[in-house]
Design a protein around this ligand. Structure first.
Ligand code: ADE
Length: 244
């Protein structure tokens, strides 16, 4: 999958070279083409922003550098996303939809935004990472890219990992422990050392339900309503937790 990223701060995207996204690049699963919008400014001072007509706070990215930058990545034939707190908030369904694309263009705004003609010309989808405002679209773009990349085949060690984790199964993850068996006087729950896979599974299930009910009653209710098939013991655990 190829990402064309249009930004005034290309150096921020060096972070994508680390960790899983970096490995996905080396493995040829994703590629990032980071384009500096300023390189396309056709004025002497390489200016990219100006005051909004009609007044208002801050500055807007001007159409000229953005039109030329979009043309340079052949955005006409691609799905274009504009990171903005005004956009649709990303969720699992939307990420899966994006992960099925071959190419995406991501435009990062800065200052107070971009001239509307750019968004209209490329029919940009406005996308938000939550109801709070960051200083620019770069970090939101990296959040989106990371979340899409981990859904691509070959990025995670086991494909099931993508769907089994928190939220994807509809439940939050149970607590986890590693070596040593006891640290600072605090032991690992005995059941996890038992080697009894069935008991361990039921413990994880129970802990997931408890933590989800406590922290995300909205997710818990949805799970109670539409969970998949459960065996007798799982059903009993769920019923007990509903009652408590
Ligand atoms: N730019 C600034 N804040 C943002 C947000 N919450 N989501 C996406 N882009 C943004």
């Amino acid at each position: 999958m190829r990402f064309d990223i249009l930004t005034l701060f290309p150096e921020m995207f060096e972070a994508l070279g680390a960790s899983m996204t970096g490995r996905a690049v080396k493995d040829g699963i994703v590629s990032f083409n980071v384009v500096n919008i300023r390189d396309f400014a056709d004025n002497k001072h390489k200016r990219t922003d100006d005051y909004p007509f009609g007044g208002g706070r801050g500055m807007l990215l001007m159409p000229q550098p953005l039109f030329d930058a979009m043309e340079s990545v052949k955005a006409d034939n691609k799905r274009v996303i504009y990171m903005s707190p005004r956009g649709r908030i990303i969720d699992r369904e939307y990420l899966e939809e994006l992960a099925s694309e071959e190419e995406l263009v991501i435009l990062c705004g800065h200052y107070e935004g971009v001239d509307q003609r750019v968004l209209d010309r490329w029919n940009a989808e406005e996308v938000s990472i939550g109801d709070y405002v960051l200083t620019g679209g770069e970090l939101p773009a990296m959040v989106l890219i990371d979340a899409v990349t981990r859904l691509l085949p070959g990025v995670l060690a086991t494909p099931e990992a993508a769907v089994e984790e928190s939220v994807y199964s509809g439940l939050l993850e149970a607590p986890q422990y590693t070596q040593p068996r006891e640290y600072d006087g605090i032991p690992v729950p005995e059941v996890l050392l038992s080697g009894d896979h069935r008991r361990i599974h039921l413990w994880h299930f129970e802990q997931s339900l408890l933590i989800t009910k406590q922290r995300r009653p909205d997710l818990f209710e949805a799970y109670v309503r539409d969970h998949g098939e459960l065996d007798k013991q799982e059903r009993r655990i769920l019923e007990t937790i509903i009652e408590t």
